[in-house]
Design a protein around this ligand. Structure first.
Ligand SMILES: *Cc1c(COP(=O)(O)O)cnc(C)c1O
Length: 393
């Protein structure tokens, strides 16, 4: 079924679920079976060699996992999709499948902490040439791309300072040198941004975050160009970073309410950003929906909503952050983001904990920053909670 005729809320409910399941089940069964039997060898052989549809072994493909992949395909308008045990599984499989010794990747200084670690520590060990540019210096990025590269790897909005990267402009530059353009769109979700429509070849998501939406399952997704997805899928089949069918079910279930949650989180985050921006004890607020945000005009062009995450710093630095965060009642002080409940924490203990203080400094992340991932609670309650904690400082 082609979902391009339907809107996102429809695609996320019906993607991968347009046919009834065995016994007429209307929801996808969690198929825990590792292997799939055949009555005759010809049929088995045809499935094994890709001449007929079917399943052989769950490290490669699985019916529950297939439903999840169909949903992201429908939501991103992609030709093909595959899945992984975690978001980092998706990112590392993609980079290691596309980048072999002697190849060059151009990327940003502000990628997710784990991704930065791949660029700074692991890929160079495999003789991959890595160039990380200032995230919003598009002229520098274009100049580096023009020197020739195999992969342009972008992330937008970025974690944790919500910088916005111009996908269309940089994808055009990358395609002039035949580079593959990969975008980590985790913060935006397919409800707010569709990188493939802006020229990207591949999109990665940490499905652990908004797609799952409940902080109770981990997964990663990759979708886009059929040949490129196949290449990464074949690498993943062998290195084995497959998602478990139970996790795939949980994420696919969460995705059915994705649009509802994101619409709410977009609206709440904007209200909270305005509240914080006008508060005297808050020194800076980073949210792409604010007119004061340097990436606001690009965000307005390439996103249909500004997302559920913002970050801010307090007057007084890290000591103030330490006394402020425990005063909040309606947050989990925890890592991760994109859940139904509000989650907050400083990047130095969450997304960028893998990095040294020196590395964080190089990436432009203030030690006193607070990342605030807005849940689906009522925004009046969240603002009152922030207000009382700020007043108590
Ligand atoms: C969380 C996150 C990842 C990594 O995903 P995991 O599921 O934790 O492996 C990658 N990119 C971004 C932007 C993230 O927020």
């Amino acid at each position: 079924m082609n979902f391009s005729d339907y809107q996102k809320g429809t695609a996320s409910v019906w993607g991968g679920e347009t046919e009834l399941f065995p016994e007429g089940a209307v929801t996808p069964p969690i198929v825990n079976s590792v292997t799939y039997g055949y009555k005759d060898l010809d049929e088995w052989h045809n499935v094994a060699t890709g001449k007929a549809e079917g399943y052989i072994y769950s490290r490669n493909t699985n019916p529950t996992v297939h439903v999840l992949e169909e949903k992201i395909k429908a939501l991103e308008g992609a030709e093909a999709a595959t899945s992984f045990a975690t978001g980092m599984g998706a990112i590392s499989n993609t980079l290691f499948a596309l980048l072999t010794s002697g190849k060059r990747v151009v990327s940003l200084k502000d990628t997710y902490g784990g991704t930065s670690k791949l660029f700074l520590d692991f890929l160079p060990d495999y003789q991959v040439n890595v160039t990380l540019c200032d995230t919003t210096d598009f002229e520098q990025l274009e100049a580096e791309i023009a020197k020739g590269c195999d992969v342009l790897y972008l992330e937008t909005p970025t974690n944790p300072t919500l910088k916005v990267v111009d996908i269309e402009r940089l994808a055009a530059a990358a395609h002039k040198v035949n580079a593959v353009v990969v975008v980590d769109s985790t913060f935006a979700t397919p409800v707010n941004q569709n990188p493939l429509k802006l020229g990207a070849d591949l999109v990665v998501h940490s499905a652990t975050k908004f797609l799952c939406g409940h902080s109770d399952a981990m997964g990663g997704l990759l979708c886009g160009n059929r040949e490129l997805v196949k290449k990464v899928f074949q690498f993943r089949e062998i290195n084995g970073a497959s998602i478990h069918p139970e996790a795939a079910y949980m994420i696919a279930r969460g995705m059915k309410t994705l649009e509802l949650r994101i619409e709410r989180q977009n609206a709440s985050a904007l209200k909270i950003a305005h509240f914080l921006e006008s508060h005297p004890k808050v020194s800076s607020v980073f949210y792409p929906g604010l007119e004061s945000h340097p990436g606001h005009s690009i965000a307005k062009r390439q996103m249909s909503g500004f997302g559920g995450i913002l970050s801010f710093s307090l007057e007084g630095g890290y000591e103030q952050v330490k006394s402020f965060l425990p005063k909040l009642k309606l947050v989990h002080l925890a890592a991760s983001l994109g859940s139904v409940s509000t989650i907050a924490g400083p990047p130095r203990t969450t997304s960028h904990v893998e990095l040294t203080e020196e590395q964080r400094k190089l990436l432009g992340i203030p030690e006193s920053l607070i990342r605030y991932s807005v849940g689906i609670e009522n925004v009046e309650d969240l603002i009152a909670d922030l207000d009382q904690a700020l007043a108590a400082l």
